[in-house]
Design a protein around this ligand. Sequence first.
Ligand SMILES: [Zn+2]
Length: 268
Amino acid sequence: MIPEALLARVPDRRRCIVSLCYDDALPCHHEMVAPLLETHGLRATFYTHLQSRFLPDVDRWRGVAAAGHELGNHTVFHPCQDQKWLDRTHNLRHYTPRRWCDEVQLANAVLQTVDGCTRRTFGNTCHDNRVGEGEGVVLIETLAPNYFIAARGEHTRRAVDFSSLNWFNLGNRVIDGASFAELSTELSALAQAGGWILYTMHGVGPRDHELHIAVDQHRRLIEWLAAHDDAVWVAPVRTVAETLQPSADTRALSGAATSSDRDGCARG
Ligand SMILES: [Zn+2]
């Protein structure tokens, strides 16, 4: 349920908000997903880490940003904790807070050269919210406010909890492998009750990532969202954060150039 004070800021006071998040800068995102969304008048957040296909495909990504999607920060090297595919160099247990901050600040600077935006959100890699280990653990949600206007945070498998709203650990639900039937049931219930859910996916179809949602199930989800535009507001995480947080427009972020545009994006 979205509190009345925040609901008053939502376009047309729609009581249900959905943010679609696509992770890891996969080719299917700019080849197929972004154009599909645009056909239906929808925009999403693409959490792009730099050590990926992002830089080789940067001209395509510039086009995605110009179409109104958010390029979210997903670090440079995609550090996580304890994944079996992860080199120990990039295990967040071995990071210091300074190293994490340097890395996301560099990623912000590179993303700004692509989209011209000084404000964006952070997509926690592998949903991890901790840097370091033992007594040296620091929560990413305490570092992120210096660089972002919001962070997706941990995998809570549910909608944002407005009773204990934490803009730097919003919580999200992964829908890799999900069926349209389960998603439409869930979204109908959310539209009834009111709320904001962040859906996280990797691939759309099996080509680009082991973790993926099937092409047809994804297409049906997008068509459902477009058809329920009167009840459901679909928007990038940045757009929702800027709309609901009165301070997001003006807060000074470390390393960000100033901009007078509402969304902090200089567009030529
Ligand atoms: Zn990722």
